[in-house]
Ligand binder design. Structure first.
Ligand code: TRP
Ligand code: ZN
Length: 475
């Protein structure tokens, strides 16, 4: 679901031009744009500037059906992935992103297809070329023992085996460790997960559980995420879990903790519910059909805002739950078009923490801002551009999380509370399930403020120097 047409309709000409200009060589068919010999048809394919190998031209995925049979004792996976996609060009061949266990066979529309693997690129040659506009299915059968990526800058992610099972945490480009994928942050799709595990083991995923069946000492749970989801947010968690089912404002709240860990199921359930209620008040209607959280012992030392149900590595505190739940609006439903704009995720989720503290007897967001703003000019705190930190620094806590949130506080001070809180709602509502860039935020903010905010956006998001505070006109 790339929805190129909708994207262009939602993004003004100015915004689109900015996007293209910022990606050199792609539009002119540089090496990456034309890799695998696929000519881009209507509108050239733009690879992500930070992860140019993730994502593929020529088609748009609608749905992933992932059938996973996993045995924790051996960490062995037997899987079939069936991808439903629409050809956006005539395709004699196409590529998927994949670096998982050995592939046994591939079929396109039920007929055997030739394939070739070259690094993380999986090239598939269907029996008959696919005509532009055609909907097609690719079925990939694979088996073996998946494992994670370990990146010097980004840490451990992808398929992570644990003592009693496994957890998949894909951000940013780890989906390919456990299923063949168009790993383009813009290509959202719906998902079905059919997970078979030995009896006594629990399997969870994004969305809602549809059914659970027992046969021959194994249990198959089917989970469905029926709202568009970017591949970096797809998740499964397998292991021994205690599971609790509650509701918050009519939304099912499904939480799970590893009984051998330090998680507290009741605290997870109530903390999640409180964060959802807080989010609905400040950001608007919760975007998905269920919510929840999973606490496991993983060893990665971060939490991830996996769609509808974040995963925590050990017991989360209240602010961490607020952060991951805020991402459901900002990041999961409203998603950056490229990884360069990850501050749109992390700045907003961090600002949600500041707002929560302000409302719960902690420092106000303005006080938090002032404390950070005392950091002297020239300090490394002000290095890196918030809205273009570079591939290795997408999770830089100061440049992306804190300065992203500081910008939002400065925007709030500039707009005043009513306009700022209107913007928080408008941003979540107008771009629900969509893909956005910083210039879209600027447009929405300028529409609400009725004036040019260019310099404010520029100095806070695109410079590496401590910004001067905006002089406000006296009220
Ligand atoms: N996106 C996660 C969050 O802020 C954090 C995260 C994911 C992360 N992967 C990471 C942080 C790797 C540091 C390193 O909720
Ligand atoms: Zn975050």
């Amino acid at each position: 679901m790339r929805r190129r047409a909708r994207l262009t309709a939602a993004v003004s000409a100015a915004c689109a031009a900015v996007l293209i200009a910022a990606v050199p060589s792609a539009a002119t068919g540089g090496a990456t744009g034309l890799r695998n010999g696929i000519r881009s048809g209507v509108g050239a394919y733009e690879p992500d500037p930070y992860f140019p190998l993730a994502g593929n031209p020529g088609y748009d995925v609608q749905h992933y059906d992932l059938d996973l049979d996993f045995t924790p004792a051996t960490h062995a996976l037997v899987a079939q992935a069936t991808i439903t996609a629409r050809a956006e060009d005539d395709l004699p061949r196409f590529t998927l992103d994949y670096s998982g266990p050995a592939i046994e066979r591939i079929q396109v529309d039920g007929r055997p297809a030739a394939f070739r693997q070259d690094g993380q690129e999986l090239t598939v040659v269907p029996h008959d070329p696919l005509a532009r506009g055609r909907e097609f299915t690719v079925r990939v059968d694979y088996r073996g023992t998946p494992g994670p990526l370990d990146d010097p800058a980004l840490g451990v992610y992808g398929w992570i085996n644990t003592d009693d099972g496994a957890v998949a945490l894909n951000e940013p480009d780890g989906a390919r460790t456990w299923y063949p994928v168009n790993d383009d942050i813009r290509d959202k799709a719906t998902y079905t997960f059919r997970i078979t595990v030995p009896e006594g083991v629990t399997a969870l995923a994004n969305g809602e559980r549809q059914s659970e069946r027992r046969a021959a000492g194994r249990t198959t749970a089917t989970w469905a995420m029926n709202r568009p989801m970017s591949s970096y947010l797809a998740m499964v968690a397998i292991g021994k879990f205690r599971v609790d089912r509650g509701t918050v404002g009519g939304i099912p709240d499904i939480t799970a903790v590893d009984p051998a860990g330090d998680g507290n199921l009741a605290a997870l359930q109530t903390g999640t519910a409180a964060a959802v209620a807080f989010g609905e008040r400040h950001f608007g209607r919760y975007p998905f059909g269920s919510v929840g959280g999973i606490v496991d012992r993983i060893g990665v030392d971060y939490a991830l805002e996996t769609q509808s149900r974040p995963v925590y590595d050990g017991r989360p505190d209240e602010l961490t739950m607020v952060h991951e739940i805020a991402h459901q609006w900002y990041g999961d439903s409203v998603t950056p078009t490229t990884w360069r704009d990850i501050w749109l995720n992390e700045g907003f989720a961090t600002y949600a923490e500041w707002l929560w503290q302000e409302e719960h007897g902690g420092p106000t967001a303005a006080e938090t801002f002032d404390r950070l703003y005392a950091t002297p000019a020239g300090d490394p705190f002000w290095e890196l551009r918030t809205a273009d930190p570079g591939r290795d620094d997408i999770f830089d806590y100061e440049a992306v999380y804190l300065r992203g949130a500081m910008f939002l506080q400065e925007l709030r001070r500039t707009l005043g509370d009513p306009a700022f809180f209107e913007l928080l709602h408008t941003w979540a509502e107008r771009h629900r399930y969509g893909s956005v860039a910083t210039c879209d935020l600027r447009q929405d903010a300028e529409r609400i403020a009725g004036r040019d905010l260019g310099p404010l956006f520029h100095t806070w998001l695109y410079t590496e120097t401590k910004p001067a505070l905006t002089a406000l006109a006296p009220h």
